[in-house]
Design a protein around this ligand. Structure first.
Ligand SMILES: Nc1nc2c(ncn2[C@@H]2O[C@H](COP(=O)(O)OP(=O)(O)OP(=O)(O)O)[C@@H](O)[C@H]2O)c(=O)[nH]1
Ligand SMILES: [Mg+2]
Length: 206
């Protein structure tokens, strides 16, 4: 699957504006500021395809990025305390509305901060994904912010913290130094049904 050729497709502020799926969709979900947009940029090998900000609440719309085989969908982050009640309601309408539609969602990449236990909102989201039968993985990001010895320790702890969700794969990663990014690309390609399609040998003519 080719992650090099990507383009921004559209941004939606209301779930009713979103047209039906055109391709398998790979959805990026997580709390505000956890690094959803950064992970998309790293996967696409781009500096600023998706907007990144040190200020939480940067992505306020559902943003679609198009690859040949799939669309990447950047969700606005949840759990940012500083936004108004009206804005939280708009978030809920947008994200819940999108996820509840009859769509071709091939994979949800749920992103958690590797340094900390999942927040209550993270667990609510994971619970929803698990119980709704979504195909999802958990990307544990900001790994570069942990010392080597801490990385292994946190991974073991997270397995415990997420023990209610057996069978869910954890992908430690960093959008800063690229650790774990190739593994996530492989998981995306597998879910989109495009595993190794760009590596197939040319047909042999006889
Ligand atoms: N060290 C480190 N910083 C990261 C990593 N990923 C993201 N960041 C930083 O975290 C901050 C938030 O990143 P974003 O990608 O904008 O986060 P987001 O989840 O899209 O945020 P919202 O759009 O507000 O929901 C930025 O300052 C990034 O540079 C990572 O793997 N390592
Ligand atoms: Mg963002």
């Amino acid at each position: 699957m080719n992650f090099q050729i990507a383009e921004f497709k559209a941004a939606y502020g209301k779930s009713t504006q979103i047209p039906p799926s055109e391709k398998p969709e790979i959805v990026f979900s997580g709390k505000s500021n956890v690094g959803k947009s950064s992970l998309i940029n790293k996967l696409l090998n781009r500096k600023s395809m998706a907007r990144v900000s040190a200020k939480p609440g940067k992505t306020a719309t559902i943003n679609f990025f198009s690859l040949k085989e799939a669309d990447l969908v950047d969700l606005p982050g949840y759990g940012y305390a500083q936004v108004s009640q009206a804005e939280k309601q708009r978030w809920a309408e947008l994200v819940e509305g999108y996820l509840a539609q009859e769509r071709n969602i091939a994979l949800v990449v749920q992103i958690c901060d590797m340094r900390h236990p999942p927040t209550e909102n993270d667990l609510t989201m994971i619970d929803y994904l698990y119980n709704s039968g979504f195909n999802f993985i958990i990307a544990l990001t900001k790994m570069d912010k942990l010392k080597k010895t801490q990385q292994q320790k946190r991974l073991e702890e997270l397995k415990d913290e997420l023990s209610d969700y057996p069978g869910v794969s954890l992908f430690p990663c960093s959008s800063n130094d690229g650790t774990g990014i190739e593994e996530i690309r492989q998981a995306i390609a597998a879910a989109a049904g495009a595993l190794n399609s760009d590596k197939l040998p040319p047909p042999i003519s006889r």
